[in-house]
Design a protein around this ligand. Structure first.
Ligand code: HEC
Length: 112
């Protein structure tokens, strides 16, 4: 997790002239919008996460089955089951760059 933070800071420092928001804190974003379901470590072992039977992002096989495109799509469009959102769409909350930052953040949760 520290590596990601450092990378984010490094990218932030190098891109003052680009469109990437240098003040975007991915860990804070996860904490605010994702943690209550997916848990701090991505295990999905929260009250809500257990109920929704969330995937465990610490597992290599889960990571392998999930493409970067699927990660982006879930965050942008949310996840629907039986006509109801089990995960809300975040397309209006985050820029494309910010949504892409979640890919690296989620990939770094892999533990086995
Ligand atoms: C209300 C609970 C809830 C919140 C909050 C939530 N999610 Fe989800 N998320 C789900 C559910 C339900 C699924 C579908 C089941 C699964 O894939 O584990 C899901 C699936 C996903 C997937 C997997 C897509 C795939 O193809 O397997 C990703 C990636 C994801 N969420 C990221 C996020 C991120 C990033 C945030 C915060 C911006 C977030 N989620 C917030 C409930 C939630």
């Amino acid at each position: 997790m520290n590596t990601i933070k450092l990378t984010t800071i490094a990218i932030g420092l190098c891109t003052s002239s680009s469109l990437v928001a240098s003040d975007f804190d991915i860990a804070a974003a996860w904490e605010k919008d994702c943690r209550k379901c997916h848990a701090e470590d991505g295990s999905g072992l929260t009250k809500k996460g257990r109920k929704l039977r969330l995937k465990d992002y610490r597992k290599a096989e889960v990571q392998a089955k999930m493409s970067d495109e699927e990660i982006v799509k879930a965050i942008k469009d949310g996840v629907e089951k039986d006509g109801e959102f089990t995960m809300n769409p975040y397309a209006e909350d985050y820029t494309v760059e910010e949504i892409h930052a979640f890919i690296a953040y989620i990939r770094a949760m892999k533990k086995e």
